[in-house]
Design a protein around this ligand. Sequence first.
Ligand code: WTA
Length: 645
Amino acid sequence: MSDQLFPVPEAIAAKAWVNEATYNAQYDRSLKDPEGFWREHGQRLDWIKPFTKVKDVSFKGDVHIRWFYDGTLNVAANCIDRHLEKRGNQTAIIWEGDDPNESRNITYKELHGEVGRMANLLKAQGVKKGDRVTIYLPMIPEAAYAMLACARIGAIHSVVFGGFSPDSLANRLQDCGSTCLITADEGLRGGKKVPLKKNADEALKASPSVKSVIVVKRTGSPIAMEAGRDVWYHEEAPKLSTDCPPEEMNAEDPLFILYTSGSTGKPKGVLHTTGGYLAYTSLTHQYVFDYQEGDVYWCTADVGWVTGHSYLLYGPLANGATTLMFEGVPNYPDNSRFWQVIDKHKVSIFYTAPTAIRALMREGEEPVKKTSRASLRILGSVGEPINPEAWLWYHRVVGNSKCPIVDTWWQTETGGILITPLPGAIAAKPGSATKPFFGVQPVLLDNDGKVLSGATEGSLCLADSWPGQMRTVYGDHQRFIETYFATFPGYYFSGDGCRRDEDGYYWITGRVDDVLNVSGHRMGTAEIESALVAHPKVAEAAVVGYPHDIKGQGIYAYVTLNAGETPTEELRKELVAWVRKEIGPIASPDLIQWAPGLPKTRSGKIMRRILRKIAANEHNALGDTSTLADPAVVGDLVDNRMNRG
Ligand code: WTA
């Protein structure tokens, strides 16, 4: 850990929305008078019927969370229509293709027309307010049109990352009963094609609720179209009007569902609603990135993740910003790509993940140094703890030692950023997410649920709600209560561990549950285990994370084969391919160790603590193994691990 302090640069502080003096005053006010604070900031949106009620929250009992709940508005109108008069000809979205020769600017006026058309197409396909629409698209402008079109007509979107397998897509389609799917013929990433329609066709076999499929043409490769179900976007959309009146939505009407992995069971449908979500993402986008008129803002996240929802699309567009959407990957055609894109479009705010920084750092400074990056003002990091070494490299090499870094801690569930430096207000410590945003009350608790004070370490909880918080697990409110409010009654439990230092800075230490964070992607160990045991030769599997230089965490699987099966290199490869097929490439195990037996307690519970230590090569720190049903198992696993090197 680094305790070096990077003061706020004066040039940034002078013009920032929030500076050192105003941060403290505003933070205090936001806790003392949350209603007043959020009543004021709720005004940043255009309401059809203004709200009079601000907050109605209980973290106890049935748990309910409502914000601005008697107001009505439309998210698409807030992200597009209200900007037309002043900035109709300003670029809303800069689209940068996978191929460096392909890019396009879409103005707010154009965005209005495209979204209106897509909205009318959805209506023509029978989609109504409240219906669920699943979006399985690559990073192309149509992904933004589709999300905003749903918002415009009051349909609930569920975006599924294009890297997920047909099975994962089918599970998500069925869980929320989607009636419509929007996909593309193929995606294009790093010069490689991703067979989206083919995957979708397979998923659709198991998804009877889907009545219509809208297909965007991206690569033009031949694909199958099913008459009566599938329509081409480029054929149907031009027939329709660009004008689609926005639906009047209550602040608490659902905006989207986004599936995320937890420590148990299948991925959960995190539900976000309309008014609070948009107010929170737009305010945090403005303050955390110190967004100023004229900035060109680039968030590298895919729209399949929450960062792509809140800080590629909704927050920036609600603020009338110019947001860049990148189809490709950081190392294609070469390792300078990010920095070339920054120079090409004069990007001033850049927001990416530590895993990308670590991968690029490995390539040395030269690919960065050969670009100018003179336009950069603010850098951001999200998705996992950023190690001080990567932070320092990002600051010195990418930012030429002049750009503040905002290390933003948040989750799919939180909707927006909760703990982060504000670039004009809070001095940075590399590796620390620093201080809470306005209205956010972090609390650290010990295992007995006791609130810890001062410099300490514990489970990170939130004592009160903020407008961007998730409202429920789609279709399973009980699971919402049990997952987030049962461990520490009266608090929202994040699942993360955290340290607070003497200066009140927060340092996220990583998940304390069975959730892995692989390259900034959340994976449930239970999901990977159930994929493995679905293989006919596998009897049992236990999955843990282990430290990985680039990915942060790698996936380590202990596999017990059925009696009579022989562990071979071939079978190992087959199992990796199997998990890729079952879940998607992001879930591929990095290492598989054959385990004749797994360490279990006498009651049959797998002791993951021991498996984590063995995977991390910390054989001398296994702790107490005397409660195991068969302690000899451990020696065997350690020997095998050692043999692997
Ligand atoms: C981790 C992504 C440390 C954390 C927005 C959290 C972080 C999980 C940070 C949520 C950060 C995210 N520092 N850890 N700045 N940001 N995390 O839902 O473990 O994909 O619980 O949301 O990522 O991942 P999710």
